[in-house]
Design a protein around this ligand. Structure first.
Ligand code: IPE
Ligand code: IPE
Ligand code: MG
Length: 248
């Protein structure tokens, strides 16, 4: 059954305690699925399945509170180093998600964009992702970027290579030109990057785009990252003063 996500009014948003400028773009490092499963004596794949539900809830809530773009870190270039069984379980879950949930995303006007190097993925997975992107490309609601086989350093290298292949000279290599060749081109940089499960690092996520992002770390393990936990992170962001190098 397709759920239509609610859109909260300004009063409803204020009633959640969210008073301040809403982040336009939220980055989300979904971490702690393994620890969540371990605590319950479950296999790590059960943690990833529970994490998938939390990701769906985060998409819905982002839409409800009026976030314009959500970028989730689903699989890093380093995650290939995990046991093959875990890699297989993660991709099986991702393919199930993109197969089953694309109708719901589309019905909610969500535009889904995969960021990362799709070249290394199995042809079937790649086809599924490309179909999902193509199908939602004209949607005008939430932009939902899913980072799969994504690495921030690899993304920058890829952008510079594209510039060189396009015949760029040294003076053409500018910040704007590099930004325009990243996977997130034409999107604003994330205002806030949230990481769950207590770890305080970027793990190669959006390195370029994070230049002026606020970081919010929560101890909540990703499968437990519910609307309350998400709201608390946004509240923390709203309490920050962003200076961008200026004296205020
Ligand atoms: C999810 O959490 C992150 C992914 C790579 C999908 P983890 O699998 O990293 O969980 P922990 O960090 O081992 O608890
Ligand atoms: C970062 O989490 C990658 C994703 C969330 C997909 P990891 O669990 O892989 O990061 P590290 O290894 O703890 O830095
Ligand atoms: Mg982890």
């Amino acid at each position: 059954m397709i759920k239509i996500y609610p859109r909260f009014s300004e009063e409803e948003i204020r009633a959640l305690g969210l008073e301040g400028a809403m982040p336009k773009h939220v980055g989300l490092i979904m971490d702690g699925n393994g620890r969540w499963a371990k605590k319950r004596l479950l296999p790590r794949s059960a943690g990833h399945r529970a994490g998938m539900e939390a990701m769906k809830a985060a998409v819905r809530f982002s839409h409800s509170i009026g976030v314009e773009a959500l970028t989730v870190y689903a699989f890093s270039t380093e995650n290939w180093k995990r046991p093959q069984t875990e890699v297989d379980a993660l991709f099986a879950l991702l393919s199930e998600y993109f197969y089953k949930d694309i109708d719901e995303l589309d019905a909610n006007n969500v535009r889904m964009i995969v960021i990362g190097d799709l070249g290394r993925l199995a042809p079937r997975m790649r086809g599924l992702l490309e179909t999902a992107m193509e199908r939602t490309k004209d949607n005008t609601g939430l932009v939902f970027n899913v980072a799969i086989n994504y690495g921030g350093r690899a993304e920058i290298v890829h952008a510079v290579r594209e510039l060189i292949e396009g015949g760029a000279k040294a003076e053409d290599v500018t910040e704007e030109a590099i930004s325009a060749h990243l996977y997130t081109r034409s999107q604003p940089d994330p205002d806030v990057i949230i990481r769950t499960a207590g770890e305080q690092r970027l793990s190669n996520f959006l390195l370029w785009q994070a230049a002026y992002s606020e970081f919010v770390f929560t101890p909540v393990l990703f499968p437990d990252f519910d609307e309350k936990a998400y709201t608390d992170c946004i509240k923390e962001f709203m309490g920050r003063t962003r200076r961008f190098g200026k004296v205020l």
